[in-house]
Design a protein. Structure first.
Length: 150
């Protein structure tokens, strides 16, 4: 069952990655919101699995950690294209300030994605995973504090 879930998530992640070049033209702001939320949900779910291991809420399992880390890294660069003009109202927690500060937002997004990219290498060992999850959490928090409504 676990392998089936991992394979399904990888297929979903690959679909996002392959759709990215074509996604520059969203049908409407709601489509952009759905696109980015979907990618962030997949990434967040897998980072959450790693967080549960790091916090001791579930036992550390190197194979499961590696699988979750690989999925998170595969999706880490996907959502950012969905932050387009006029997509900061409605069913979203993204602040409208993003539009006026896109360069800074993109730097923060790149930093977060770069830290998530390091998770697969760290996931084989609980101590290295803990350290890298700290870096991921800090990068995500910086952006969330400034550009996400709670």
């Amino acid at each position: 069952m676990q392998l089936k879930s991992v394979v399904s998530a990888l297929v979903l992640a690959a679909s996002f990655a392959l759709a990215a070049p074509a996604s520059a033209q969203f049908a409407n702001p709601e489509a952009a919101i759905k696109y980015r939320q979907s990618a962030l949900t997949v990434m967040g779910a897998n980072v959450g699995r790693l967080g549960a291991m790091v916090q001791g809420r579930v036992p550390f399992d190197a194979a499961r950690a590696q699988a979750a880390a690989k999925i998170a890294a595969a999706v880490a660069h996907v959502p950012w294209e969905g932050f387009i003009a006029n997509s900061y109202s409605g069913n979203t927690k993204a602040k409208a300030d993003i539009a006026a500060n896109m360069a800074e937002f993109n730097q923060m997004a790149d930093k977060a994605a770069a830290e998530v990219d390091k998770l697969p290498a760290a996931a084989g060992n609980l101590d290295s995973l803990k350290a890298q999850m700290g870096a991921v959490g800090a990068a995500c928090k910086t952006c969330h504090d400034k550009y996400r409504n709670q």
